[in-house]
Ligand binder design. Structure first.
Ligand code: GDP
Length: 439
């Protein structure tokens, strides 16, 4: 059981007040917009509001949740109001408003002076990386900060974009009234490595293995319709089980029957080796076993085949809430099911997840529980034809992995010798050694 530190709680209350004071519909918000429209570049006065807009784009829900959690953490740290640019309007359908008496939804993009929000990418001249490349001396920035800076922190971010994680650039960014952030990653480990942010982060999160857990539990309250699905499904199929085991099997487009078989064998081999499931047939067929002693299995996957095979293997007590078959984008009903399943997984006593999946990261993070992780090859490589040995490893913490860390050690002005040893609270990830996570 992870408890938020009193300091984090106080910080969140303070941030709620800031969101209310600066949010859409307030005089400071109107003023900041006017300044942006006129291309004004005056630094925000101390009492003015500053903003961080999280731009969402075509990625799965797991990636988008990690992106919003990261933007929120950065907004709290830097005392900016967080605004979410909605991807096809589904944030409102998925989540409740987290901040009282205001909205975190970025008002209709068409009214916003930057019609180009969606087109911002690493080539945009307003990106931090390009501003740094094109400005001979950064001191010109401190006098006249740009009205807005685009933070390109996607998987494809380059060296200059990633200078974002350096103290010097953090100081420069303070003066910009608007920051526009695009990422598909969980940035917290990168923020923890910036010395100027570290002190505050340590006070907020004395337990480094529960950063996403606290952010996620605070921020992502499923909207009523989603919450109804979660609680109804839980009541009907999962409540009362002695032990609830969640198995998340991530399927990629074009997965062949042979690959599915390897993935199934990997999951069952992990379950046997780590004694996560009862031996075949000894669970539901044993009449002397009461419900409270039984193991119930929740399978989530796009493919119903796994659920059928696991049910055959165990003889019952296996449930799969949806069988969507294909990943879809711009489909709110599909995303609502995905969110329900991340939450249902987070209620499990034991988790077995697919490596490299942000869907699994969100479930384990909300649960605050380190999963058994099944390593797998990245989707751009040919899939494995044999079950790896070992079939699974226990993750070092419930924290999501950061998929795009900067290898540059700003303080030392050279690359890290081993980024996995950059600080006692970071480690290389179990699913890919070039990623890092908090532990
Ligand atoms: P990642 O691609 O594994 O990192 O996870 P994402 O959540 O970012 O993208 C995968 C998307 O595919 C999800 O958001 C869902 O839309 C869909 N998806 C993948 N696995 C499942 C599943 O087990 N259940 C449901 N309902 N949807 C899934």
């Amino acid at each position: 059981m992870h408890k938020p530190s009193p300091y984090l709680v106080a910080k969140l209350r303070k941030h709620e007040a800031l969101q209310k004071r600066c949010g859409p519909g307030t005089a400071p918000y109107a003023k900041a917009l006017r300044q942006l429209e006129s291309g004004g570049s005056a630094a925000a006065a101390d009492d003015d509001c500053r903003y961080l807009v999280s731009i969402s784009y075509n990625r799965g829900l797991g990636n988008r949740i990690l992106a919003i959690a990261s933007a929120f953490l950065y907004a709290v740290l830097t005392e900016r109001a967080l605004l979410i640019e909605q991807y096809h309007g589904d944030v409102a359908a998925l989540f409740c408003e987290p901040f009282p008496e205001t909205t975190w939804l970025f008002p209709d993009g068409r009214r916003f002076p930057l019609r180009i929000l969606r087109d911002l990418d690493g080539k945009s001249k307003e990106s931090l990386g390009n501003l740094l490349k094109n400005t001979s001396s950064s001191s010109s920035w401190s006098d006249r900060p740009p009205p807005y800076v685009y933070l390109n922190l996607e998987g494809g971010a380059d060296f200059h974009d990633k200078l974002f994680y350096c103290d010097e650039q953090q100081r420069l960014l303070r003066g910009a009234p608007w920051l526009l952030m695009k990422t598909d990653c969980y940035l917290a480990p990168g923020l923890f490595l910036a010395p100027s942010l570290q002190g505050e982060l340590h006070r907020m999160f004395p337990e480094k293995n529960a950063v996403f857990h606290h952010l996620g539990r605070y921020l992502f309250h499923p909207a009523n319709a989603v919450w109804h699905n979660i609680t109804a499904y839980h009541r009907e199929h999962l409540a009362g089980a002695g032990k609830l085991v969640g198995i998340q099997l991530r399927v990629y487009r074009g997965e062949t029957a042979q690959v599915s078989q390897v993935v199934l064998d990997q999951a069952l081999s992990c379950a046997r080796r780590e004694k996560l499931l009862p031996a075949a047939g000894t669970n539901t067929t044993n009449a002397t076993l009461s419900l409270s002693e039984q193991t119930t299995v929740l399978v989530t996957s796009l493919n119903p085949w796994y659920y059928e095979r696991i049910r055959d293997e165990l003889g019952g007590g296996v449930h799969q809430p949806s069988q969507e078959r294909w990943q879809r984008s711009e489909d709110t009903a599909h995303d609502m099911k995905a969110l329900s399943e991340m939450y249902l997984l987070s209620t499990c006593d034991v988790l077995l997840t697919s490596g490299m999946s942000t869907f699994g990261y969100v479930a384990q993070g909300l649960a605050g529980q380190a999963p058994w992780l099944m390593p797998r090859r990245p989707p751009w490589e040919a899939p494995a034809t044999e079950v790896p040995d070992p079939p699974c490893v226990r993750a070092a913490s419930p924290e999501p992995c950061f998929h795009s860390p900067s290898s540059y050690n700003c303080a030392a002005r050279r690359n890290y010798d081993d980024i996995g040893k950059a600080a006692p609270f970071v480690r290389r990830c179990e699913d890919a050694s070039w990623w890092i996570k908090l532990v």
